[in-house]
Design a binder for this molecule. Structure first.
Ligand SMILES: Nc1ncnc2c1ncn2[C@@H]1O[C@H](COP(=O)(O)OP(=O)(O)O)[C@@H](O)[C@H]1O
Ligand SMILES: [Mg+2]
Length: 230
């Protein structure tokens, strides 16, 4: 579904990503793990088009997309939930969702099936985004990305700073999206239990490189100790 091939990126003189290779198969949930500052967010921004790789290709369903600007990548099917959620605090829930309609091919209304996934957003549709709890804001950010009608959903640390019961709900919603709507998901995640429960495959980054990659059942204590524990 999504293939990143030999991608490198530098912030000026500082190389932040080196020879990244990633393969996200259709209808799987694939995680990117690694400690703070190793380049996870930089990689996601390269994939969604907010940063331009210095070398390398990004392929979505056999189409090279690395030259497309971010808004066109949304059109070809990349949905993005950025780290920190980035919802608009002074807009209502409904208005925040409508922002997603700009990325949709021919949509004027928020599809009911998205609201059905997040009953809390329906309940709170006139509240200001900034008045929602962290978990509710995260659900709003995911719903907004779904409004763009993506083939692949890219989430950057969606469980960061969120209560365990909401984390569980988010994992279940992502699983449902895969099973019922054939979604493919790439997720930056530092929470091991989440990866073990909901992801099929993992990649580990360290200092701008992929240093491990396997099925989640093969996520060993050695890998955790060397690259993930703080
Ligand atoms: N806008 C920027 N300009 C320069 N360096 C940056 C910028 N953003 C991030 N970096 C650096 O790039 C590295 C990777 O950052 P980031 O991708 O945010 O890591 P992660 O998401 O894994 O915590 C870090 O060393 C960080 O300081
Ligand atoms: Mg990050």
């Amino acid at each position: 579904m999504l293939i990143v091939n030999n991608l490198s990126f530098s912030y000026g003189e500082v190389q932040a990503l080196r020879n990244i290779n990633i393969d996200v198969p259709k209808e799987q949930i694939v995680s990117i793990m690694g400690r703070n500052g190793v380049g996870k967010t930089t990689l996601m921004k390269n994939i969604v088009g907010l940063l331009k790789p210095s070398i390398g290709t990004i392929t979505l369903e056999n189409q090279g997309i690395e030259k497309l600007p971010a808004h066109q990548r949304i059109r070809v099917g990349i949905g993005y939930v950025p780290q920190g959620r980035m919802i608009f605090p002074k807009l209502t829930v409904n208005e925040n969702l409508r922002i997603g309609l700009f990325g949709r091919q021919n949509g004027k209304v928020i599809p009911d099936e998205i609201l059905d996934l997040f009953p809390i957003l329906q309940e709170m549709h006139n509240r200001m985004g900034g008045d929602l709890s962290g978990g509710q804001q995260q659900q709003l950010a995911i719903a907004r990305a779904l409004v763009t009608d993506p083939k692949i959903l890219i989430l950057d640390e969606p469980t960061e700073g969120i209560q365990p019961n909401i984390i569980q709900q988010i994992g279940q919603i992502l699983t449902e999206l895969v099973k019922q709507r054939n979604m493919t998901i790439l997720i930056v995640e530092q929470y091991l239990d989440f990866v073990r429960e909901f992801c099929q495959h993992f990649y580990v980054m360290n200092r701008g490189e992929i240093v491990a990659n396997a099925e989640t059942e093969d996520l060993t204590q050695e890998i955790v100790k060397e690259y993930l524990s703080v």
